[in-house]
Design a protein around this ligand. Sequence first.
Ligand code: GLY
Ligand code: MN
Ligand code: MN
Length: 493
Amino acid sequence: MLRSRLLKLSSIAVAQRAVLQSTRSIPARSASYRCFASQHVPVTHKRSFGQPTPFTHPNIMKKGEVTPGIAFEEFETRRRNLMKSMPANSVVVSLGYGTRYMTNNIFYPFHQNTDFWYLCGFNEPNAAMILEKDDSERGYKQTMFVAPKSPSAELWDGPRSGIEGAKEIFGADQAYENTGFTRYLQKVLSSAKSIFMDSPGEQPTLLNEASKKLIETGLKVQTVLPLSKLVQELRMVKSTTEIEIMKKSGLISSKAFVEAMKWTEPGTTEGQLWAKFDFENRVRGSTILAYVPVIAGGPNALSMHYVRNDMELKDGDLVLVDCGGEYNGYASDITRTWPVNGKFTEAQRELYQAVLNVNKSCIKLCTEANTISLHGIHNHSVKIMKKELENIGFNVNSWDLERILYPHHVGHYLGLDVHDLHDLDRSRKLKKNMVITIEPGIYIPFDDKFPAKYQGIGIRIEDNVVIGKDEPFVLTANSPKEVVDIEYCCENK
Ligand code: GLY
Ligand code: MN
Ligand code: MN
C-alpha cells in the first residue's frame, strides 16, 4: 500500500525481473511468459486490462461486450446519438473521475463518473474522452486519455488497459497518455465552435490539473456549454439491454432481502445486518452496494439518512432497511421494513398496511398510458396516505403530513446512479422503459398530537419499477412486502 516503500524495493524489482526473464527458457509456456516478460507486468493472464473483458472474464462477458452485458455497438449508438444532437464542429469533453481517498494513501473503492461510463464504459481512474464532431463516416473522432501501461504503477495498483486497450476495447480512434490531456484540450479549445463539458465540482478529474495550466498559460476559455443534461436525456429511457441488467440487479437485491429477513432475530446488530446484505448482494454478482445503506432498528428509522447502523435490534421493534446492490453498473434501491422477532404487533401491522396500500396504489400508476409524472404520482401518494392514516385514527393536516410524517418524495429516476438523471425534473411524463422508484414512507415522532401506539415507528416500502405502455414491471417483486409473506419469510429460517 505505501508507495514510499517503492524506492526501497526497487532492487528487489530488478531481481524479480531477472527471474522472470530467465523463465522465458521454459518452452511449453513460452508464449505466455514472453508476454509476461515483455510487458514487465505481474499478471496471471496473457493480456491484462483495468477492468473485466471477454478475454480475462469469459465467465461474465461475451465476445464483443465492452462491459458485462453491453456490446460495443450499444456504446457506439450512445456516442452517435449524442453527437448527432449537436451542431457542426462541436466538441464533447467527457471526464472520468480520479481516485478518492479515505485517508492518507488509502483510497475508497473506485466509482466512475456515470456519464463518462455511459459513453464509453471505461472504468479506470484519471481518464478523459474528447469527441470531435466531423464529416467522417463515423461522424466524429474519439480521442481517449488514459493511464498508460506502466510496470512500476501496475505492480502496485493492478493492471491497466493502457493506450492500446483504449483503442481496441473502447473504440478510440486515437489514445494518449493522460498527461497529454491539457495540451490536446488547449488545441481543441482554441479551434472548436461549441464545447460541451461539465465542471467536475469537488470530484478529482484530469480537468483540475488542466484548468490550472490553462489559467497559467492565459488561455481564454470560450463559452462552455453543459454536457451532462444532454447525456441525461439519452439516459432517461433505458434500452432493452439496460432493462435486462436492471432486472438482474433487482433480483439480486431482492434475494438479499429474503435472506436478511430469514436471518434477523432479536440481538442481531444493525452492523451485522449490513454485513449480511453486503455478502448476499456480492455473492450473487453485485460489485458493490449502490449506496451506504440505512439499517435502522426501532425509532432509528425516524431519521431518513440514518447510516451509523451501529445499534442492536430489539425484540418487538421493526427494522427498516434501505439497501441495494450495483450490478454491471446499474443500481437497485430497495426498502423493506419487517419485525425483528418475525411477527408484526397490531399497531405495526396497521401502519405497515397503510403504507403498503399507498405503495401498491402508486405502482399501478406507473404506465405511459396514464400520462403521469413522478410529481403526479407523489401528489397521488399524499392523498392516499392521508386517507389511509385517517382510516386508522389519525387526524392529520397537510402541513404535518408533508413536513413531518411523510417528508420526502414518492420516488426518483433510477439507473446508473441511484438518484439518476439529477438535472431532469420530476414533472416529465413517464415513458415506456423509464425506471423509477416508488417509496412512500411514514415516520411517527414521539409527539402526542399523533396516536401513542404508533409513536416511534418508521416504515418505508420502496420498489423499483419499469414504466410499461399499459402495465408496470416491478424489478423488486421478489422482495417480500405483503404482511403474510414477510412473516412467512421471517418464520422459515
Ligand atoms: N436509498 C436512497 C433513496 O431511496 O433515495
Ligand atoms: Mn432507497
Ligand atoms: Mn430511492
